[in-house]
Design a protein around this ligand. Sequence first.
Ligand code: SAM
Length: 325
Amino acid sequence: PVDSRPLKRHTSDVGVVVEHYNSRPDVGVVQRLESPIIGLKNFNNWVKSVLITRFGHPALAKSAVTGPPGSRMRIARGKVLDLGCGKGGDMTKWSKANVKELFGADIAEVSITQARNRWEGLRGARFDATFAALDCYTQPVSKAFPPAKLAQPFDVVSMQFCMHYAFETLQKARCMLDNVSRYLRPGGVFIGTIPNADLLMENLDNIPPNAEELSFGNSVYRITFENREHPVFGQKYWFFLQDAVENVPEYVVRWDNFVQMASEYGLSPIYKEEFHQVFEEHQEHPEFKPLLERMKVVDSDGASAMDEDQWEAANIYIAFAFEKR
Ligand code: SAM
């Protein structure tokens, strides 16, 4: 059974989030293999790889493309800002995408140290990286990185599994979008992954009136709402994901509201799909199909590493991409 009670009483939700992520150990590859939801973790990583390869690649900068068509994706090198980068779990993906400079910011200082160590430990890392602790939803990116480092704009901004924490208030969402957009070049891309508001709201509305808890989920995950209201900001729920997230407070991101706000920051949507759909679209792709096996989402016979509950949990999320006008 899943314990869905809020963890501890804290003065602020941000405190709960920081403490949670600061206290999660960097378990390393071997112990990670023992996770009961390793299939789901691998699948989430595969989705991020698809997103980074398809949209988060500076080859989109036409001026930077110098090689013959077939080799374009591997030639252009770009500058990436990873907000809410955590322990730097996407570093290898960026390395494979041929990044030139990676900037990572996260509110959890322990994670930032781990990210920096990970980069330093990458044998033959062919890109520069700078990591800084920053509350990206109340402070400007310029507080973390010196002006000289920001003089040349970013080709890509990435926010993976973290943007929803900003939708506690309008001010935080605005600060987040300003940080995304301010140093992103025209034609640059903003990619991310967030929980699917439509799915969350539908499940909330389907909870019977006499239910003890405003909660839904399965053996792998549980989402517990604070109340039945549907405010545009600050619609709070606690998220539990086995072996990953322990009842951390999060906020619903209404897609239409997000798109409308993003447009005020010069960002137009170019992609939005549920994770199941990302799988459907790319499972036969010549590059992403073999990656499914390499990333151990499926075994050599094509059998999934996820059980049904993990597969259901996977579809809580959507992947998106925006382009800067
Ligand atoms: N992006 C990483 C990944 O995909 O592996 C980490 C995702 S983790 C689920 C969410 C991250 O969001 C945590 O590292 C957390 O510290 C970060 N975060 C939450 N609130 C933040 C804030 N206000 N500013 C910066 N980072 C924040």
